[in-house]
Design a protein around this ligand. Sequence first.
Ligand code: ASP
Length: 343
Amino acid sequence: MRKSLYFLLLFLLAGFMSLAQGKPDYSKITLVIHGGAGTITRQNMTPEKEKAYREKLNEALQVGYDVLKKGGTSMDAVEATIHVMENSPLFNAGKGAVFTNEGKNELDAAVMDGKTLMAGSVASVTTIKNPITAARAVMEKSEHVMMIGSGAEQFAKVQGIELVDPSYFHTETRYEQLQKIKDKEKTQLDHDGGTSSNENIFTEGNKFGTVGCVALDAYGNLAAGTSTGGMTNKRYGRVGDAPIIGAGTYADNNTCAVSATGHGEYFIRSVVAHDIAALMEYKGYSVKKAADEVVMKKLVERGGEGGVIALDKNGNIAMPFNSAGMYRGYIKKGKAEVSIYKD
Ligand code: ASP
């Protein structure tokens, strides 16, 4: 009798301890991705191209979800998912990055951990195969948040992160996009005697194509990551919103994790990702209401084209965009869903 009472007590104590430690809850694990927003319509898509995008987006979702299912952290899942998209020439990140005005590929990336509020980013790097891994290393292995250019590359080398020759990032499709924009730019400048602002030309290549991922793991922690080549024809060391914490990337367990894609200058000025989190924190908005308010109202009023993916700690998802389309998808309870167009 005494013995069974003793075992009962032991059993209750073990149950209490695992509760106190926060037992992993696999029912809520969720992963959301985007592969860029912009002028993505059925008219300018071929069935083959659409199939290729859908397959890659599904693959990326599955890779990240497998990490979460095996008990990996949301940060592990975000990094693994973004690797799939960085390594694919379909997206404007890693291989497949767009070209600068000078004909180079300069990459930006960031990560943020919603539990610790730690963050890391790299900007204007030209030799790091997977910039998202370098961003994570800045967060975890340095005392800094952001490193740029050759300094970031030197740091990546010391960390044993894979470096490649800049030619690795060259793809013909992206190079042609640059030539097209440059031709248009020339025509426009010739027409108005060189007084025109280059705003229209700059946004011409606006199939933005940046990649991003937000995830919720079994421990209830959120993480966000974004990786990009920026915008076609960008000038002199231009840095977009993706590596700016609070603009293109943000995560806080108390509110949400966000990754953005779109015309970076507008996303920086509107501090988009943090604004969504702030609306949830200060106004008690749901993740959907907050993301809609910023993307479909504020950004539209200011002329900023693009979209975001956002996820809260209960696994609620928002994927608003004010452009024609956005490559996007999520996976939850083992079911993946991928979409491209508005309807
Ligand atoms: N937001 C990125 C930038 O401005 C572009 C994109 O979303 O593709 O650098």
